[in-house]
Design a protein around this ligand. Structure first.
Ligand code: NAP
Ligand code: GDD
Length: 331
């Protein structure tokens, strides 16, 4: 990989941004990340990279910026001169998007347009990855979904991602920009945010097993999702931008499981009967839920040779084991 490979990542402090940074650094890239001002300077998912003197300030650079701040984003482009941008930032919690719809749509929708405009103005061509989502399909017209399944989102978050996905297509078709939509299904890891259901379950199973918590309160146990492993999905992002043609790809395992399945597997990993500990709280139920979200990843498998490396059972076990280790550090 030549030194001319420069990646700009929005959302570098998130689950995907952290794994993607590691992958790109391994592949010889210089990586620039956009971070927003926070009251706490600890950016836990990339702290190990920031502390590495051979990396931070040498091949990894952080820039303060916010998705709402177009002039700063433009300046970051000028300073970093990226050959690829991975646009991952934004409010990513679907349930919360019903409570904060305006900022969610501003970040997932309008900010993507803002960045597409900046990319369009660059003198040197820049490849653009947009973090689309299976939430664009919502009350699905068919299952499994493919790249041509109609968008029928059921949440403000899904609507904003649908808007941005279509705009990315328009910029590809109208201006010849190298833009790819990765239509990613749920992907999880020990770095998943604590208020997403898989991490919440894995964490609770470990903490209950070690006597730190008494129970776990959840919403709908019957919801089903197509859950994959986050490092596999960031590899798919990178592969999309290496292909000769820009295109859209579904990234999914093709299997779906219920929240109840995840709970059963997580509590089985710590040898506890889940029924004794799991409670329902309707405040975690959502006004609307997508149905039958499961992806057909045939296109990326055949065109780019991508495939997932973890089964559902392996994913659950890895997440619970990481939580057990975290608990041991506390004790
Ligand atoms: P995440 O862990 O929630 O990370 C979101 C990132 O966006 C964080 O770095 C966050 O910064 C940053 N951010 C949020 N608002 C911002 C703003 N106004 N200005 C600048 N940065 C901002 O999300 P993820 O799981 O890594 O997902 C990455 C992207 O893929 C998201 O766009 C998500 O919607 C999409 N996606 C995710 C999945 C999935 O299953 N994970 C599936 C499909 C699509 P802070 O650290 O400061 O909060
Ligand atoms: N978060 C959460 N908390 N979800 C719960 C809970 C709970 O206590 N109890 C049940 N659930 C159900 C939700 O109702 C939903 O049906 C399912 O668990 C998964 O919820 P999340 O883990 O919050 O993920 P999501 O599917 O809504 O959204 C994630 O995946 C999308 C891709 O399909 C996010 O990563 C999005 O950013 C991403 O686009």
């Amino acid at each position: 990989m030549s030194a001319a490979n420069v990646a700009l990542i929005t959302g570098i402090t998130g689950q995907d941004g952290s794994y993607l940074s590691e992958l790109l650094l391994e592949n010889g890239y210089a990586v620039h990340g956009v971070v927003r001002r926070t009251s706490n300077l600890l950016r836990s998912r990339i702290e190990h990279l920031r502390r590495d003197e051979k990396i931070y300030g040498q091949r990894l650079f952080l820039h303060y910026g916010d998705l709402s701040d177009g002039t700063t984003l433009r300046r970051i482009f000028r300073e970093s001169q990226p050959t690829a941008i991975y646009h991952l930032a934004g409010q990513s919690h679907v349930g919360l998007s019903f409570e904060i719809p305006e900022s969610t749509c501003e970040e997932a929708g309008m900010a993507t347009l803002r960045l597409l405009e900046v990319a369009r103005d660059q003198e040197q061509p820049v490849k653009f990855y947009h973090a689309s989502s299976s939430e664009i399909f919502g009350s699905v017209a068919e299952a499994p979904q493919t790249e041509t399944t109609p968008m029928m989102p059921t949440s403000p978050y899904g609507c904003a991602k649908a808007f941005a996905t279509q705009l990315a297509r328009v910029y590809r078709q109208s201006y010849g920009l190298f833009v790819c939509n990765g239509i990613l299904y749920n992907h999880e890891s020990p770095r998943r945010g604590e208020n997403f259901v898989t991490r919440k379950i894995a964490r609770a199973a470990a903490r209950i097993a070690r006597g730190l918590d008494l129970d776990l309160t959840l919403g709908n146990l019957e919801s089903r999702r197509d859950w994959g492993y986050a490092p596999d999905y960031v590899r798919a992002m990178w592969m999309m931008l290496q292909h000769k043609q820009p295109d859209d790809y579904i990234v999914a395992t093709g299997e779906h499981h219920s929240v109840r399945d995840f709970v059963e597997a997580a509590f089985a990993a710590v040898n506890l009967p889940w029924e004794k500990f799991v409670k329902h709280d309707s405040s975690f139920d959502r006004p609307a839920e997508p149905s039958r979200l499961v992806g057909c990843a045939d296109k990326i498998r055949k065109t780019l040779g991508w495939k997932p490396t973890r089964t559902f059972e392996q994913l659950v076990r890895e997440m619970v084991e990481a939580e057990l280790k975290a608990v041991e550090k506390l004790c």
